[in-house]
Design a protein around this ligand. Sequence first.
Ligand code: 9Z3
Length: 340
Amino acid sequence: MEHLPSAETAEAAESHYFTQNPPPKNLKSNVTLAREFIDRHAEQGRRLVLVTSGGTTVPLETQTVRYIDNFSAGTRGATSAEYFLQEGYAVIFLHRQFSLLPYSRHYSHNTRSFLDFMKEENGRVVVDEQHQEEMLRVLRQYSVAKKENRLLILSFVTITEYLWELREVAKLMRPLGHKAMFYLAAAVSDFFVPQDRMVEHKIQSSEEFSQNTNRNGKTPAARTEGRSLIIDLEPVPKFLKQLVDGWAPEGMIVSFKLETDPSMLVKKAQYSLEKYAHHLVIGNLLMTRKWEVVFVSALEGEKWIRVPRNRRSRSVSGVEAWIGRAEAGKAENTVQPKAE
Ligand code: 9Z3
């Protein structure tokens, strides 16, 4: 059994991580945008949620040609963000660059091009008759969010960019107390290559050409030995512990747990809840994530939510119902699993 990190070791690991792995270049400007956004909505008394979405990468080289990726298209995050906006929240959407975005997700990343929704009429471009109703609904929701300036979009690519942005935004949200929510749907790397063990240039496929020591004399984490590629990763510090205990202790924190083995899912979700003592873990299996999730919380134990396979997005509104009950501090009127 893994040992729980003590507050001191978690803090030491955090400080080591952020000293060794420098911030992204655009961090300052993103922090300025986030600060303005948070202050404006705090003044208006709005609830604010940070939704993370998409997978983080682990670059193997400083001038990155190869990287390890975490699976996530961004559907969960982008869809959930739309529901939060509909419920009146201000949303900071911290997503993997080029993954799905709220609203535009309906027309992007498809085998069909967005142009397939259009036609020409009297020399003008208009939306096809059969898509009018659906697009009007999406456009109206998007326009409200935009007019009220309730959606701030930030992006990351690597695990280090993600952790820097999460930490800085969380700290800015701290004064909001329980009006701040963290909805952590991004698929986050567990292992990474620290900056001081990363090679500068593309890893060579043959040992003859490869750099097997770094400028600092350390053995690179990813290198060729003979004809094999050796990748020797280090653990990413447990940032959820720091988020719960240090960065945003009063915020409501919802994390996701992704597994592929059904026998592990609830156990791992419960373990995460006990370990970090936050509010809710939403467990999902890779193969069934679009129509069933399990909510694991101290308030209600284990609760499955299922939607018919053709009405996938309803699982998200289950979160709203759960949050309502968590805030009211009662466990009745639970969302009933939907039969398939
Ligand atoms: C999830 O489990 C998300 O629901 C999915 C969504 C990535 C499966 P898609 O974007 O998929 O709709 O295609 N996220 C995983 C969250 C995660 O990595 N959690 C970490 C952990 O449990 C840290 S909070 O250790």
